[in-house]
Each structure stands twice: as C-alpha cells, then as structure tokens.
Design a protein around this ligand. Sequence first.
Ligand code: MF3
Ligand code: CO
Length: 247
Amino acid sequence: MNNLSPAEMVLMRKAGQITRDALNYVETLIKPGISTLELDKFAKKFIIDSGATPSFLNYEGYPASICASVNDMVVHGIPSDKIILKEGDIISIDLGVIYKGYNGDAARTFPVGKISPEKARLIEVTKQSFFEGIKHLKVGHRLGEVGHAIQEYAESHGYSVVRELVGHGIGKKMHEPPNVPNYGKVTDGPLVTENACLAIEPMINMGKRGVWLLEDGWGVITQDGLPSAHYENTVHVTREGVEILTL
Ligand code: MF3
Ligand code: CO
C-alpha cells in the first residue's frame, strides 16, 4: 500500500478536483441525441484546459480519454459516434487524469432524461454501496472489510457484484497494489495503512454477476443483458478518517 507525503497529497487533491470537475462537466452534456464520442472529445478538452492529462488515453492501448458504458455495459465502453444516447438509458462515465505526476480516478452512472424507477434504484444503491464500504476503511483494519460491506449492501438489495474487475491503489500510477475487491470476507486482504490512496469502485449488476468481454478487447457487458452501474472515487486514508479526493 502506498504512503503519500503531505507534499504529494497537495498534488493528489488537485488531480482529484480536476477529475471531479471533468465528470461534473460531462454530466451537463448528457442528453438524448449526443454520441459517446462527443462526450469523449469534450472531456478531453476540459482535462487538458485544466492543466492535466487524460490518463486513460493510450493506457495499455486504450483509444479514448473516458470510458462511456451504456445500460448493460459494465465498464470500459469505448466512445463511438455510433453510440447515441436516448431517453431512458443509463451511462457510466469513468474518467482519470494525471496532474503533475499524480492520478485521480472516478466514475459515476448518470440517467439520460427520464429513466425507469428500477434503473434509478440501481444507480442509488451502487452509489450507496461505496459509502457503506468506506465506513469500514480504517487504519489497522483489514481491507477486506470494505469489499465485504459493499457486497452485503448490494446483495441485500437483490443485486450482484462484478468480480472480474476491482478497485486499486492509486498515486504516481493509476493502478498500484493492492487490489480492492468489491466482495469477500472481512479477513481478506492486507491491513490498511496510514496515508494510503485507493480507488474504490463498486460495479453492481441488476441481475446476475456474470460478464463477457467484447471483441474490442475492452468493453465488459452483463451476460444476462440487464443494466449495470459503477461508482468510483479516489480516497485518502488518514487516522482521522477517509478523505474523498474526487467528490
Ligand atoms: N478507470 C479504470 C479503473 O478504474 C481504468 C480504465 S482502463 C483505461 O481502473 F484503459 F481506460 F484506462
Ligand atoms: Co479505477
């Protein structure tokens, strides 16, 4: 687990703020008729104009600045001019930036126009599962307490937790040890240490947990075709509590 200095945390906070601001900006653009490629172009410009770099662009060959995952797409949807948002869709936007060498990473699921109560509940429960998880993110406790709480909360609402993708340490690199699963036992994982930065990111399916990887090598979709939601923040663990850097 990383251990960032106060000087490094100044830069992590700035990276987190740009990440949050970019997500909030993308949210204002979401409406029926816009393509996910247009969202990507606007997000990229916003990030660069903010003095940061889109961390996803060219990451292991990823071709865009955001992931835009509609309805049954769980994560890593590649933006496309062929994917046009329509009323009733939900769209998960995942976005990361590098500011002066430090990373911010966050995701939200947004409604497109008016959505069904079922989809609205999925978005709310996914978001709340993150907050249930970080209640258990404490110095000296097992990291597994976090995933256990997320899983318990999501499953108690009749949903399932994606297992193939997990949260992660974050700092000078977007992905650092340890893995942060959104499921498991309270006795799993390492002990949480002071001044660690982590990206906690539940991916919750309305139906069964199984997923497929698309032939583009990135997109992850639900096997049962039911919707999925994503909620992620970059957080900093201190003795006083958890500081959310991307909210
Ligand atoms: N933001 C994703 C994560 O939370 C990573 C996106 S993969 C990328 O770990 F290739 F798009 F960057
Ligand atoms: Co992440």
